[in-house]
Design a protein around this ligand. Structure first.
Ligand code: HEM
Ligand code: HEM
Length: 175
């Protein structure tokens, strides 16, 4: 019997997935290496963080529109509990790519500033200054940012586990 043809994610879905992975890695890297307050290094890496984070939101919108336009491939057969966990993590990741950059922008705005993107003549202002809200939003951005190191780690390990241990098509169809 011929083996069933590999059902892949469409090319745009694959592109959006990996572009967002690179942008998120850049946002995390920038915040980790930014250096002390007042330094040139901090100004540079903060600008990189704003750029990468804002691009995550932009690509996330395109990705969601594409997801609604074109269905993903059927799920690969696996135990119901694993399928459920995978859906839960994917949902959390989808929320993350919208919520985290939005919180970042709202954090700056409620601090009384527009978000500026270095080299581009735009000011992003969604809301006005609000010191109480800023505190809460800052807390949420930091908490979610740190929590998602783990969620992303679990997701990546699961993908690698599928490829190396279960030897199924999960990773290959996202390539
Ligand atoms: C998916 C995109 C993003 C991720 C993964 C992310 C993640 C993080 C993380 C992990 C931190 C450090 C938290 C800590 O101190 O432990 C942080 C801080 C920060 N983020 Fe983001 N962020 C994103 C998008 C944005 C955007 C779009 C903006 C604004 C335009 C922004 C503004 C900030 C600022 C100003 C800080 C510094 C807060 C402080 O030093 O107190 N972030 N972010
Ligand atoms: C950095 C942040 C990441 C985010 C935000 C993210 C997000 C997502 C989302 C939302 C999906 C579901 C796609 C859909 O059904 O439309 C997905 C699928 C997938 N991701 Fe990621 N991902 C990330 C990192 C990674 C990494 C590092 C790997 C590999 C090591 C990976 C491998 C996969 C694979 C193989 C799938 C397909 C799973 C399946 O078909 O059930 N992802 N990812």
């Amino acid at each position: 019997m011929p083996s069933p043809e590999l059902q892949r994610y469409s090319r745009p879905a694959v592109l959006f997935h990996w572009v967002i992975v690179i942008l998120i890695a850049t946002a995390y890297l920038a915040i980790e290496v930014r250096g002390p307050k007042g330094s040139d290094s901090r100004a540079f890496w903060t600008a990189v963080h704003f750029w990468a984070g804002s691009l995550v939101l932009t690509v996330a919108v395109l990705r969601l529109v594409w997801r609604l336009w074109r269905q993903p491939p059927d799920e690969i057969e696996s135990p119901a509990v694993l399928q459920f966990l995978a859906r839960l993590v994917h949902l959390a990741l989808y929320l993350f790519i919208f919520v985290q950059p939005l919180l970042g922008i709202l954090m700056i705005n409620t601090g009384g500033h527009p978000v500026t993107l270095a080299g581009l003549n735009v000011d992003i202002t969604l809301v006005g200054a609000d010191p109480t809200a800023r505190k809460l939003i800052h807390g949420a951005h930091v908490l979610i940012g740190n929590a998602f190191y783990w969620v992303i780690g679990v997701h990546a390990l699961a993908a690698i586990g599928h490829h190396v241990v279960l030897r199924d098509q999960t990773l290959r169809r996202m390539m």
